[in-house]
Design a protein around this ligand. Structure first.
Ligand SMILES: Nc1ncnc2c1ncn2[C@@H]1O[C@H](COP(=O)(O)OP(=O)(O)O)[C@@H](O)[C@H]1O
Ligand SMILES: [Mg+2]
Length: 481
């Protein structure tokens, strides 16, 4: 197998050698277009190169070829040639973003990448350049950093685009990724710090529950983050905020005929049961990825799986702060529904399906499955189901948690909570690409399902008068198919 993309200096042309399924993916994502752009660039003068992306990068002599699909945050990712003629990836933002996921996120992300490179070596792309851009009288008007381009395929792309993708191969790749993460990041006792700082809120309260509450509030707040992106869509954004306000005013949410306590009620249960939450608090924090879903773990094309692991898109909040390793396993669990909602668009709750009865305080929605992608849906749901056993039996992971004083009953339960809590994360961001609110609604509805199941299977009682739906299989979506 050859390289995904390579320059031949001798022949002055771009060599492309793709395994079959990647060729299909490129066609699908119209990346062919940028490959053509790159090819054309070699015979074009710079001024004729099509201008894409922010002017400021052009002024700094970055030549931008193509935007990568974003994960919905307030940053943009470009494939570019940097001023030193290095093929690079540039991450750029000119806004603070929602809950700080723009400039602040990127700048901390670059810091963390540099710090983690001393642990991960070549498994993490090198940061070439970081730049804070200020226009007159206005500090921090934009920020970008560039890093080396790596020809990788993410685990998520493998599942979505390789027709031969299967569970066994997926888990063997994930195993390699986790072994690397344990060895190079997690199992570094000299970096560990105690999670509980006296006099502060607990870690789970701050990083799981408070954050979750903030996201819920943002969904219903028409004035939240009225930055330039949002002003363009001000009417639809307000419309979505109104819709979420109505949705959150009810006590129950009926999904395809099954009635659950609505999310704000479930949040009350989390508050009532602080004692139970205390039992699953992390004891120590360390070096974790911090956004380690399967779309942020790559394997370089043309290398053996054992050698090709690449880690990127690290957590951009809390620079220099240590992270709960269980946050990574929670993000891993979150991967499958996230990919089905946001990458494959295979699960959807149409905003138009929402019915609210203000008198009875009941809401009703319809969760739809894209019948043409049933194989993708089943694969993801099946892997999600198998993930728990895989994690529990993963010796290096179990060992490192044990070293940190945690048995699987603790970190696996925290992983479940993490999955549910984090599934609401992308919902506010998504309003700017999808002002109808359907994607955000899909996140909201699936979070309701997961949080119900988490609370139910972990014995959070039901004294609020809104009974949780029993679900013996813990986390199971198959019942809806
Ligand atoms: N160093 C890199 N080399 C090659 N491709 C990259 C690199 N960094 C990011 N990408 C591509 O850009 C996409 C988005 O970048 P990422 O850092 O994950 O940002 P986001 O926050 O939008 O998820 C990735 O999924 C990957 O396809
Ligand atoms: Mg990413």
């Amino acid at each position: 197998m050859g390289y995904f993309l390579k320059f031949s200096d001798k022949e002055k042309q771009l060599l492309i050698d793709l395994p079959g399924h990647l060729g299909e993916r490129l066609a699908k994502e119209s990346i062919k277009e940028w490959v053509q752009l790159l090819q054309r660039r070699l015979s074009l003068s710079a001024t004729e190169t099509p201008r894409l992306g922010p002017d400021i990068l052009w002024q700094l002599r970055y030549k931008i070829y193509k935007s990568f699909e974003t994960s919905g945050s307030s940053t943009r990712t470009f494939l570019a040639m940097d001023p030193h003629e290095r093929l690079s990836v540039v991450k750029y933002s000119d806004q603070d973003g929602i809950d700080g996921n723009g400039i602040p996120w990127l700048s901390k992300q670059a810091t963390r990448m540099e710090e983690y490179r001393s642990y991960l070596g070549h498994h993490i792309p090198a940061v070439f350049d970081r730049n804070e851009l200020a226009s007159e009288g206005n500090r921090n008007s934009a920020f970008f950093y560039s890093m080396e381009y790596r020809p990788f395929e993410t685990l998520s792309e493998y599942l979505l685009c390789d027709p031969a993708a299967n569970g066994q191969e997926f888990f063997s790749r994930l195993d390699v990724a986790l072994r690397h993460q344990v060895r190079m990041l997690y199992d570094q006792p000299e970096t560990w710090i105690v999670a509980d700082q006296p006099g502060e809120d607990s870690y789970l309260q701050k990083f799981y529950i408070d954050r979750f509450r903030r996201r819920l509030t943002l969904l219903a707040d028409p004035g939240a983050n009225l930055n330039s992106d949002w002003i363009e869509g001000i009417a639809p954004v307000n419309h979505a905020a109104l819709m979420f306000t109505r949705l959150m005013s009810t006590d129950t949410l009926t999904i395809n005929g099954i009635t659950y306590p609505n999310l704000p009620r479930l949040l009350e249960l989390l508050d009532i049961h602080k004692d139970k939450i205390n039992q699953i608090e992390p004891k120590l924090l360390g070096l974790a990825h911090g956004d380690g879903h399967i779309g942020n773990i790559g394997f370089e094309i043309g290398k053996r799986i054992e050698d090709g692991f690449v880690l990127f898109d690290l957590r951009g909040a809390d620079a220099n702060a240590r992270i709960d390793i269980g946050y990574d396993t929670g993000k891993l669990a979150f991967s499958f529904l996230h990919a089905l909602i946001d990458r494959a668009h295979a699960l959807k709750v149409p905003a138009s399906s929402l019915e609210v009865n203000e008198e009875t305080r009941e809401a009703n929605v319809r969760l739809e499955f894209d019948a043409s992608q049933m194989d993708i849906i089943l694969l993801h749901l099946e892997l999600r189901k198998q993930l728990w056993g895989f994690l529990q039996n993963h010796q290096p992971l179990t060992d490192v948690f044990r070293k940190m004083g945690e048995e699987p009953e603790i970190w696996l339960v925290r992983t479940q909570l993490g999955e549910a809590i984090q599934l609401l994360g992308p919902a506010p961001d998504r309003l700017k690409d999808d002002p109808s609110g359907s994607i955000s609604m899909t996140y909201y509805v699936l979070t309701t399902l997961l949080l119900n199941n988490f609370l139910r299977s972990n014995g959070f009682d039901m004294e609020t008068g809104y009974p949780l739906v029993p679900n013996p299989e813990k986390i199971d979506l198959f019942r809806f198919l």
